[in-house]
Design a protein around this ligand. Structure first.
Ligand SMILES: NC(=O)c1ccc[n+]([C@@H]2O[C@H](COP(=O)([O-])OP(=O)(O)OC[C@H]3O[C@@H](n4cnc5c(N)ncnc54)[C@H](OP(=O)(O)O)[C@@H]3O)[C@@H](O)[C@H]2O)c1
Length: 316
C-alpha cells in the first residue's frame, strides 16, 4: 500500500519518516512549487528522536499530480483540512482510504461528509512533535494514536508495516476520545494563549486556576447535555493533572500566536460554543475566551482561514 501524506508539518513528517523507516511506500503532497523545490533540494525528511537523527529519503509531489491515492493521511491544521482534501479530490477513488489526524473537532465530520463514512478513519494522537526546520522533525513526546470510525463501527488499523515506530490503538469510541482531548484543549489552550504563560502557571496562579475551573464547568454541562462521557472525576482535576505534568510547556495555541500563525481556536472552543448553542446552554466563559483569542489573532494581524466558518455539530 502506498501512503500519501497531505500536510508535511510536524505530524506529517513524523508519520512519513516512521513509515519510510518501517519499509512502507510513502510520499508527501506539498502545497506550492516553492515548497516542492525546497523539499527536492534535500530529497527526504530528517527524524530526530531518542536514537539520534535519521535521514529518510522520500518523494514529494504537488496536489495536481494525477497519481491515484491509496491511503491518504490528512494531517494539516484543522482549518486547512477542507481545502487540502479538495486539492487532491481528483486523485481519490472508491478504494481510497483517508485517515484524518487533527486536533479539535469539525474537520473530521467534514471529511466524512465529503468522502463517506466507509472511506474515512479518524485518529487522535498523544504523540508530540515539532519541526526544527522544514522537513526536520523532532519526536519530542512518545504517545499513542487512537484510530476508529466516527459511527463506532468496526475499523481495521491501516497497514503501516510490521516495524512501524509509532504506537497505534484501535478505538471503538474515537468520538469520545476526541471529546476528551477537546475538553483538555478547551481548558488549557485559550488561557495559556491569552495569559501568555506556560501550562504550569494555570495551576499556580489563583486567578488562572479560577478561569480554568469556569471553562471546565461549562464544558462538562455541554458534554452531559450531548450525552458524551468525559472522565471519572471532574474535568478540572484532569486538566490540572495535564497542566502539572506539562508544567514547563508552552501550549500549541500560544506557540501559534507567538509565531504569527492562525490557531485552531475555531475547531476547539468555537466547536464547544456551537455545541452549547445547539444544546441551549450558555457558556459565557468559553464564549469570552473564543472572542478574546479571535481578537488576539486580529491584533497580531493573523488571518485565520476558518474565523468565519461555524464548526459543525458532531453529536448527531
Ligand atoms: N505537532 C504535534 O505535536 C501535534 C500533536 C497532536 C495533534 N496535533 C494536531 O495535528 C494536526 C497537524 O499538526 P502539525 O503540528 O503537524 O501542524 P503543522 O506543523 O502546522 O503542519 C501542517 C502542515 O500542513 C500543510 N498544509 C496546509 N494546507 C495544505 C495544503 N492545502 N496542501 C498541502 N499541505 C498543506 C502546511 O504546509 P505549509 O508548511 O506550506 O504551510 C504544514 O506543513 C493539527 O490539527 C494539530 O493540532 C499535533
Amino acid at each position: 500500500m502506498h501512503w500519501t501524506i497531505l500536510g508535511a508539518g510536524a505530524i506529517g513528517c513524523l508519520w512519513a519518516a516512521q513509515l519510510q523507516r518501517a519499509g512502507a511506500s510513502v510520499g508527501l503532497v506539498l502545497r506550492s512549487p516553492e515548497r516542492l523545490a525546497q523539499f527536492q533540494s534535500r530529497g527526504g525528511v530528517s527524524l530526530i528522536d531518542d536514537s539520534g537523527e535519521t535521514f529518510c529519503p522520500l518523494s514529494a509531489t504537488l496536489a495536481a499530480t494525477p497519481r491515484p491515492i491509496e491511503q491518504l493521511l490528512l494531517c494539516t491544521k484543522a482549518y486547512d483540512s477542507q481545502a487540502a482534501l479538495e486539492s487532491v479530490w481528483h486523485r481519490l477513488n472508491a478504494d481510497s482510504r483517508i485517515l484524518v489526524l487533527q486536533n479539535g473537532m469539525g474537520s473530521q465530520q467534514q471529511a466524512i461528509e465529503r468522502a463517506g463514512n466507509d472511506r474515512v478513519l479518524i485518529g487522535s494522537t498523544t504523540d508530540g512533535a515539532y519541526l526544527r526546520a522544514p522537513f526536520e522533525v523532532v519526536h519530542a513526546g512518545h504517545g499513542e494514536t487512537a484510530i476508529g470510525r466516527f459511527d463506532s463501527t468496526a475499523a481495521t488499523l491501516p497497514d503501516c508495516g510490521p516495524h512501524f515506530g509509532l504506537q497505534l490503538r484501535q478505538d471503538p469510541a474515537i468520538k469520545t476520545t476526541l471529546w476528551r482531548k477537546l475538553a483538555i484543549n478547551c481548558a488549557i489552550n485559550p488561557l495559556t494563549a491569552l495569559y501568555g504563560c506556560r501550562n504550569g502557571e494555570l495551576a499556580t496562579v489563583q486567578a488562572y486556576s479560577r478561569a480554568l475551573d469556569a471553562l471546565c464547568e461549562e464544558f462538562e454541562a455541554v458534554a452531559r447535555a450531548r450525552g458524551i462521557p468525559l472522565f471519572d472525576g471532574p474535568l478540572r482535576d484532569q486538566a490540572l493533572l495535564v497542566v502539572r505534568t506539562t508544567a514547563n510547556n508552552y501550549s500549541s495555541m500560544l506557540q501559534d500566536i507567538r509565531h504569527q500563525r492562525p490557531t485552531e481556536i475555531e475547531q476547539i472552543t468555537g466547536f464547544l460554543c456551537n455545541e452549547a448553542r445547539l444544546a441551549g446552554i450558555d457558556v459565557p466563559h468559553n464564549r469570552a475566551a473564543l472572542q478574546q483569542v479571535r481578537q488576539l489573532q486580529h491584533n497580531r494581524g493573523i488571518v485565520s482561514p476558518s474565523t468565519s466558518a461555524s464548526p459543525k455539530s458532531l453529536s448527531n
